[in-house]
Design a protein around this ligand. Structure first.
Ligand SMILES: *Cc1c(COP(=O)(O)O)cnc(C)c1O
Length: 223
């Protein structure tokens, strides 16, 4: 089933769009099944859960942290995480830089933009993102690299609203992309779209989608 779901999704998207299989709350066996079907990028939203899965699974997997970050836990993933999607403060960037340095690595990060109308979604305003990527202090962080932006749309069926939110982030992304000149900041990845809205997100410029339930089935609890 997981294999069929993966094949269906892959067949429907272009090769330029990266598919992150969101495996939060799912058992190792499910991830192994996706791996055996060729999937190599997995997304988790809890650092400890991701670290346990990293230990148990093949080492050519690319691990993405997609959840809200607790700064004091960054150290538990600094040795292996490939991309952190949910960075929403300069303080967090500094902590990631500090932990990456200990492992002599450069950790790739996306800044999370707040595009949803709901209060519950984390993220930075466009102004705050611009402030971070143009700040002098950013130049000092040699062990992180900002490679793009991430956004989560409002949880709604309203297609016009979803489209407006995706479009606003794509427009902002395109503006910033040409402006950023720092050696540790080059915007290439635009991570938007989940199980319910990824076709619309891709249509509006996403090149990385984070898909969970459409691959692994529904989760038993909200995570
Ligand atoms: C859970 C989660 C997803 C995947 O959600 P689905 O609706 O199951 O595809 C994507 N992005 C983030 C940030 C998530 O927390």
């Amino acid at each position: 089933m997981i294999k069929d779901n993966l094949q269906k999704i892959k067949a429907s998207i272009s090769e330029d769009v990266a598919l992150v299989a969101v495996s939060k709350t799912k058992p190792i066996a499910d991830l192994q099944e996706a791996y055996d079907a060729g999937q190599r990028i997995f997304g988790e939203n809890k650092i400890q859960e991701m670290a346990e899965k990293f230990d148990a699974l093949p080492k050519d997997i690319e691990w993405h942290m997609i959840g809200h970050l607790q700064r004091n836990k960054v150290k538990y993933m600094a040795h292996f995480v490939d991309l952190i999607h949910g960075v929403d403060s300069f303080k967090t960037l500094k902590e990631i830089d500090k932990q990456a340095k200990k492992h002599n690595r450069v950790i790739h990060c996306l800044l999370q933009a707040k595009i949803a109308k709901e209060d519950s979604k984390f993220g930075l305003s466009f102004d705050a993102i611009e402030e971070i990527i143009t700040s002098e202090e950013l130049a000092a962080l040699q062990n992180i690299s900002i490679v793009g932006l991430m956004g989560m749309a409002t949880f709604t069926d309203n297609q016009e609203q979803l489209e407006a939110e995706f479009k606003s982030l794509k427009l902002f992304f395109d503006h910033q992309k040409v402006k950023t000149l720092r050696s540790n900041c080059a915007l290439k990845i635009l991570s938007m779209g989940m199980s319910g809205d990824y076709p619309l997100a891709i249509k509006n410029g996403s090149n990385m989608i984070r898909v969970g339930s459409a691959i692994f089935g529904s989760r038993n609890y909200i995570a």
